[in-house]
Design a protein around this ligand. Sequence first.
Ligand SMILES: [Fe+2]
Ligand SMILES: [Fe+2]
Ligand SMILES: [Fe+2]
Length: 486
Amino acid sequence: MKEEKKVQNYVMSLVRMLISVIEEKDPFLRGHAERVARYAVSFSKKLGMKKWDIEKIYLAGLLHDLGMVYMPYEIIQKPGELTEEEMETVKQHPIIAEKIVSKVSVLAEISPIIRHHHEAFDGSGYPDGLKGAEIPIGARIMLLADTYDSMVAARPHRSAIKPLEALREIMNNKKRRFDPALISDFVDYISSIEGLSTKKKVSGDKDALREMIMAIVQRYQKGDIDLPHLPKIVHEIIEVIHDPKSNVDDLAAVIEQDGVISLKLISMSNSLWYGGIEKIYSVRRAIPRLGYRETQGIVTAIAYRDLYEANNIHYKLLMEKLWLHSLACAFAAKAISKKMAVGDAELLFMMGLLHDIGKVPLLKALSQMERQVTPFHIKDVLECVEEFHSRVAEEIFHRWRFSEKFIDAAKMYEDPQGDDASERMVSILRLADRLTQDIGYGLSENDTGEAHFIETDSMGLNIDNETLDAMGDEIKKVMRNAAHLF
Ligand SMILES: [Fe+2]
Ligand SMILES: [Fe+2]
Ligand SMILES: [Fe+2]
């Protein structure tokens, strides 16, 4: 322990010596390193980062501009804008600093943070033009702390601006330099230490959230993050059911490959809801009781149940709601289709189940990024997710090789050239979505379950309100009795 302390002291005196060299060279940098390190460290603590990572951020903060030592005085003290050539010279400073630091073995670990402290989230930074998650998190934090301190301190080429103004600029993130996942926390943190009013923050928060979601969508589209897979078993079931020569035995054989799903299916068939009087012990006998074609939807729902998980409490509840909403919508779409003898009831069950699938990866990614000191407002999260989910859904369905018709219908887009049947499917899905909201399985906080008037006429469906009410009751009953079985 004593030895460790000694090394620490040695590192610190080395670091102090290096800082004094920077400060001597450039009076404008006096105190800058200390302040940046301090901002970055307390902010990292707020984010709940590990102790060793925080220590690295501290040292990197102190040394991030070490490379300025090699910059010529004419550039450092130039009052006006720098020329392109001068800018190229300045851009060398992170590389120079990295070179110096990596020669000292105890400091080598902080060199990536130093090298990348001017990388921008959209890839427009220097020296390597790294993008998004390629940039070490420590460097993304450093950029915020560094930019903020540089803005509020006077520099030779421009005067200081007020903290609130600086925060607004950061919040706007016009040049897309900052990690959108960090902005609102950083603004919260600086506001709290500067004693600034955060009243104006709300809209900024939502902008930051929107940016965050857009960045997530882009990452999905580029394939940087994995989208949910179509479980092999669902794929195989679809094949079996579409094969006119197949029978219950074939279907049972596919399902039995998955122990968990088989057990759930059997216990479901034994539940009161599915009429389980005589006890069943095999998938083979469970299928006819649940319905041959119904089994596809049920297994898909079981296979997807686990998808609606989040490791953070804020999103856990939301995911649970989304799951119940999707399941209720599946039941509703199926019920409406049956009642009106329109479309394929089982296909509509699938569509109802999957119509909001694009929201799942978005919420999941948000929940993993969730490091908010103050979490986003649920209403904002839902609104932003609503705006982008169909793009994600489209990606997912394409990867699953679902048909264009399914995709359009599940996205609830009316296709002007589409045939009558697909238009009616979209109408059913929309009505199902509304109905689930009215019976209390919506997503927003103020869905109280009080029915509002649904204009079924405008949806091209001829259902009177009495029938609709009855259907709503029926779905409530299914949900009460069967939702827990999945
Ligand atoms: Fe710098
Ligand atoms: Fe700096
Ligand atoms: Fe929905």
